[in-house]
Design a protein around this ligand. Structure first.
Ligand SMILES: *Cc1c(COP(=O)(O)O)cnc(C)c1O
Length: 236
């Protein structure tokens, strides 16, 4: 792997080329740099290249890191969030991608209200049905969207998914496509504005863009191999 600057440029080039291939405007896809396990100096190196959006998967790690990073960055939580860390998460993060229950949504709404803000969130959907994955069961999503409609301090902006681990990026395609199709159906059925689709990581971002991703989450492709294997568990 090259330097963070070189890696970032290579990922941006992949995004532009995938957009061109798919007949989409490159500005329609935002790059989220997933800095989990990497320190503030790695974040700073990416920020120095103009990268503004960063993501973490653990609240505790983010709480230690964010104050050490440049101030103008936007932080997204992409890992599973436990209710007892929702208050801290509602203050630390600009977006939460991993809302996986109505209860968590309501808890975040309460904490965002206490913090005097409105928190944009995505509903994480367990498209594959893998028992090990967090995320809402697809048939639970419309009810959660109706509950969200009555909450003032969280705004559901779209959906997020993590497909089963597979080397071949084509294996991710059916899950990405399914999420987009459900999004269209749920948006039409509930009137919710679900413009954002957070899907695609280092190895399958092209496929995700072809299937409609508006946010891709890239870690190793920018920062290299993760420093601590423990952080892979994805527990916030
Ligand atoms: C770590 C992580 C990523 C980034 O994965 P890479 O394969 O390193 O690009 C994306 N999304 C989530 C939810 C993650 O936890």
């Amino acid at each position: 792997m090259g330097s963070i600057a070189e890696n970032l440029a290579a990922i941006q080039a992949r995004i532009v080329s995938a957009c061109t291939q798919a007949g989409r405007a490159p500005e329609s896809v935002r790059l989220l740099a997933v800095s989990k396990t990497h320190g503030p100096e790695a974040v700073r190196a990416a920020a120095d290249c103009g990268q503004l959006l960063f993501a973490e998967n653990r609240v505790q790690e983010a709480a230690a890191k964010i104050p050490e990073c440049p101030g103008a960055l936007q932080w997204h939580l992409v890992g599973h969030l436990q209710s007892n860390k929702a208050a801290l998460a509602a203050r630390l993060f600009d977006w939460v991608h991993s809302v996986d229950s109505a209860r968590l949504l309501e808890t975040l709404d309460r904490h965002a209200a206490e913090a005097g803000r409105t928190l944009p969130v995505l509903l994480q959907v367990n498209v594959s049905g893998e028992r090990s994955k967090s995320g809402l069961a697809p048939d639970a999503v419309p009810a959660v969207l109706r509950i969200a409609d009555g909450l003032r301090n969280v705004e559901v902006r779209g959906l997020m998914t993590i497909p089963p681990l597979a080397e071949d990026p084509e294996r991710s395609r059916p899950f990405f496509r399914q999420l987009r199709e459900w999004r269209d159906e749920w948006a039409a059925g509930t009137g919710a504005d679900l413009a954002e689709l957070s899907m695609g990581m280092t190895h399958d971002l092209e496929v995700a863009i072809e299937e409609g991703a508006t946010i891709v989450r890239v870690g190793t492709g920018i920062f290299g191999a993760r420093i601590r294997a423990a952080a892979e568990a994805g527990e916030a």
